[in-house]
Design a protein around this ligand. Sequence first.
Ligand code: FUB
Length: 305
Amino acid sequence: MLKPLIAATLLATTALAGAANPLTSRIFTADPAALVDNGRVYLYVGHDEAPVGGKDYVMNEWKVFSSCDMQHWTEHPAGVPFSTFKWAARDAWASDVTKRNGKYYLYVTVEHKTIPGKAIGVAVSDSPTGPFVDARGTALITNDMTHETEISWDDIDPAIFVDDDGQAYLYWGNTVMKYAKLKANMTELDGPIHTVGLDQFTEASYLHKHAGKYYLSYSRKWPEETVYMTGPTATGPWSYGGVIMEKNTNVGTIHHAIIDFNGKSYIIYHNGKLPTGGDYRRSVAIEELHYGPNGKILPVPQTEQ
Ligand code: FUB
């Protein structure tokens, strides 16, 4: 076991000055999940490990970063390997995170070992930086529960949201957006799985609330762009709002999270702007996001790197 002093020196701190992106240029990162907790922002990002010219994702772990100012980021050494979930075969795809009753819940996408296709699991920790342990010992969502499409990756990209009345909702999906309520224990579905009828939905659902309004955002088309809808409740009815961020130029995906922190709002997403970046070598980046009249989200340009 590392002595605390030695462990502390392993924390890498990088400066994200002003609009300078990406989050880190030490490694490739993707699919940001974000949590605001006790004056810090925590980011949970997939680690893109594909070689230059790789033709598929190589993703074995989620990395954890944190900051108290959105500019200087500390990389926490532990990370969360996909093998946290004994029933998972590989693929640390997109995650999302929330805090409830003093515990931190990390919802993740992985490939299931025995039920063909992607699955969603949940891990829990007493600290935002882990260690995280499997909260169920089994997947929460598997491909055989939701057969709307032929693809094996339609149960990906969990988005967790806890409403003001304590009701938790899980949104997820690829091609078809789905959602379900969760029980207060955060580890079991509470009722049926619903679908949201959307044209051109691709993936990366994200639900947040700002100034009393619910925002359901997601990636649509291919290459993906980030768009949003608004509604009066966590389950709609939804009205289309517009495009938040236009597509990347060298990456099909753009997976995002949206937070409020210290009086400002931010969108956290990924692109492929690092040298040798691309579809399987992505970089998490951050931009300020602004709300206009009537709560409209104004389009967000990406800063150059
Ligand atoms: O990183 C693997 C997959 O690519 C994610 O689950 C999707 O959101 C897309 O970013």
